[in-house]
Design a protein around this ligand. Structure first.
Ligand code: ZN
Ligand code: ZN
Length: 409
């Protein structure tokens, strides 16, 4: 990759993504394949006044060897020092960048039980850390750069080099690094997202009704005090940051026990190196009562079975079918991109920041207000070209929100 573009992208992450503050520590979790990009971020972070940049390297092929060959009981353990690593930096007020670039089919030969055990052990150990992130106590940003294995999955007919190049091109476009001044482009983009966010907040809908020809017919109640968010977010101290780059969504949370009907997925879901495809879920009073997947049924079963909260939803996000990532017409097999190309919902934990005063309230209060809690938060895509969403106001009027896959207002 052209070093000028790489630096331009890295600068965008440091300035607009985490909005690094003078004297702040930065923790970067990155696959070893993405080292050139991660080093560029580190260098710019120091130039911008970072106190320290801590590199948390990941090697997914080593992780795969461990999943295939280690004794099974090891996956119930999560090392204390790793828990301490994340928590201590979080408590110090560090910023966190994660580079998400896994091979979508990395773990297909691994027994799903092993992966799920490891997932559960890690989310249990990192619960406090994750809660801090989901309440915006620290600034954080998830970004991506291509790896060979991932690029080959997205563009199977190309050589590895050509596939990487094509994936780079697509990614740079989605994060606006192809534009002359990406920082300014993001300012404009934030304003654009704010329009839909303001419309949805002003209407204070009681319920949303989703319908499409795939068979989705789902009613989602929204809790009192829910807030639609989009684009940038803020820490309690008022530091603005962008948690996902790219981001095209306007999102809030559902009322935990207020979801009824059926929803059908519209894109494959890459969950921990396994694909779940063509699945449907049926809800009653918020809980998933029935589910089936054409591919990845066992993985879906483990995901839903993680804990009580993983049987319920934690996010409602709107993305127009006619939007830049969706129009690129690329299936990325990476949730960071696919969720921003489609309306989506999430299994599990809701973001406390999506309800008024939520980030200052304890678990019990949030539960009473209808905010779901779980060890997992996993987005899945439901948007289609013919999706309609009707909003029902507090006084029972209906307002068209989505028509033929796009915002109707
Ligand atoms: Zn989302
Ligand atoms: Zn989500």
């Amino acid at each position: 990759m052209d070093t000028v573009l790489l630096e331009k992208y890295a600068r965008l992450v440091v300035k607009t993504g985490i909005n690094l503050q003078q004297g702040q520590t930065l923790v970067i979790s990155s696959p070893i394949e993405c080292a050139a990009f991660t080093r560029a971020i580190a260098q710019i972070a120091y130039q911008e006044g970072a106190r320290d940049v801590v590199l948390n390297w990941k090697d997914e092929l080593s992780a795969k060897i461990r999943f295939l060959h280690a004794p099974e009981e090891i996956f119930d353990e999560f090392p204390d020092w790793q828990k301490e690593f994340y928590l201590s930096y979080a408590r110090q007020g560090a910023a966190f960048v994660s580079v998400a670039a896994s091979d979508p089919e990395l773990l297909k030969e691994v027994k799903p039980e092993r992966v799920m055990k490891a997932q559960k052990a890690s989310s249990t150990a990192l619960k406090e850390y994750r809660e801090r992130m989901m309440s915006n106590k620290n600034t954080w940003c998830v970004v991506s750069v291509p790896t060979a294995a991932w690029a080959k999955k997205v563009f199977p007919d190309l050589t590895a080099d050509a596939a990487i190049e094509k994936l780079w091109e697509a990614i740079l476009k989605t994060v606006r690094v192809d534009q002359q001044d990406p920082v300014a482009a993001w300012e404009a983009h934030k304003q654009y997202l704010k329009k839909s966010m303001d419309f949805l907040n002003a209407h204070n809908f009681k319920e949303l009704h989703y319908q499409n020809s795939l068979g989705t017919d789902l009613k989602i109640e929204l809790p009192e005090g829910h807030l639609w968010l989009a684009g940038s977010e803020f820490t309690p101290e008022g530091v603005e940051f962008i948690a996902n780059m790219p981001t095209e969504e306007v999102f809030t949370l559902p009322k935990k026990d207020g979801v009824n009907g059926k929803v059908v997925s519209s894109k494959p879901l890459n969950y921990n190196g396994n694909l779940i495809e063509n699945f449907s879920l049926t809800f009653k009073d918020g809980k998933i009562m029935e589910y089936s997947a054409q591919k990845g049924q066992a993985v879906l079963e483990k995901l839903i079975g993680t804990d009580e909260g993983s049987h319920y939803l934690g996010e409602v996000a709107l993305v127009p079918f006619d939007s830049p990532i969706s129009n690129a017409n690329i299936l990325f097999y990476n949730t960071l991109f696919d969720e921003n190309a489609s309306c989506h919902l999430a299994f599990g934990k809701a973001y406390p920041v999506c309800i008024k005063d939520g980030s200052e309230q304890d678990k019990e209060t949030l539960a009473k207000r209808g905010v779901n809690d779980s060890l997992v938060h996993e987005d899945f895509m439901v948007g289609t070209a013919d999706l309609s969403i009707t909003g029902i106001t507090q006084t029972g009027e209906t307002v068209s929100i989505f028509k033929n896959g796009n915002f109707a207002f």
